[in-house]
Design a protein around this ligand. Structure first.
Ligand SMILES: [Zn+2]
Ligand SMILES: [Zn+2]
Length: 267
């Protein structure tokens, strides 16, 4: 909560952003992000138009922006129909303009993009795709398919070194930063994490919580950077237990990361 003085001289509160999960397809999450003060409303990574339209109608909100973290169809499939219906502006990775359907504004780390009165930080986090970005605003980070709860994305267009650099960039965000990722993969990710680090008490405790939520079909999102640093093996290549499990005690972090990513591909 931030305070500002209005033109009438009264102290006005700036409302926190409202963020709502919109489950799409089989296991995707799109996110409605509403700024009450400016009456702007964005959807992050709309896989398909239907569930987004339903959520907007329920709230009586009008869509003004579409934000894409990367070009994959399960993150951009709703772009054109939603743009046609609401006239929303599409914002996505400038370095992948050609692959983002209907893009209006290309952004990168040098861009100062504003959503109402808030400035949105763009982080370039390639490897899942070569131009993948994250949007960071108001203590929330939308990490697409780069950082998942207890996991990370597949290396479709990058190397282990590239992904490790991207994840390291996200790890510099404050611990309380909320992580909104592109898929509900948490339970499977956690099961894999336990094969690497079964004695990590934070991981064991988190999995109990995740199993409980999934048993009730509830989401496990958002997470926080602080929790990920304690439980996500892909952020922990320096963990002695992980290194022992892999037999890679003397390798560097990138080598350990790369081996984990390879094992996860066939888990
Ligand atoms: Zn993807
Ligand atoms: Zn995806």
């Amino acid at each position: 909560m931030v305070s500002s003085v209005s033109s009438k001289g009264r102290l006005n509160a700036v409302s926190a952003l409202e963020i709502e999960l919109v489950p799409c397809l089989r296991d995707n999450y799109a996110y409605l992000v509403r700024d009450r003060d400016s009456d702007l409303c964005a959807i992050v990574d709309p896989s398909e138009p239907g569930p987004v339209k339903t959520a907007l109608a329920r709230h009586g909100w009008k869509l003004t922006h579409i934000l894409n973290t990367h070009h994959h169809f399960d993150h951009t499939g709703g772009n054109i129909p939603l743009k046609e219906e609401y006239g929303a502006r599409i914002v996505g990775p400038g370095k992948d303009r050609d692959r983002i359907p209907g893009i209006d504004v290309g952004v990168d780390e040098t861009t100062n993009w504003e959503f109402g009165a808030r400035s949105v930080r763009v982080l370039e986090i390639p490897a899942h795709t070569r131009a993948h970005i994250a949007f960071v605003v108001d203590g929330a980070a939308f990490t697409g398919d780069t950082m998942f709860a207890m996991g990370c994305g597949r290396l479709f267009e990058g190397t282990p070194q590239m992904m490790w650099t991207s994840l390291s960039k996200l790890m510099l965000l404050p611990d309380e930063t909320k992580i909104y990722c592109g898929h509900e993969y948490t339970q499977n990710n956690g099961r894999f994490a336990l094969t690497l680090e079964p004695k990590n008490a934070d991981l064991v405790a988190r999995m109990k919580d995740v199993d409980g939520r999934r048993a009730g079909n509830a989401p496990t999102i958002p997470s926080t950077i602080g929790l990920e640093k304690k439980t996500n093996p892909f952020l922990r290549p320096d963990s002695p237990e992980i290194r022992r499990t892999l037999g890679l005690e003397k390798e560097n972090d990138v080598a350990v990361f790369g081996e984990m990513r390879k094992r996860k591909d066939s888990f």
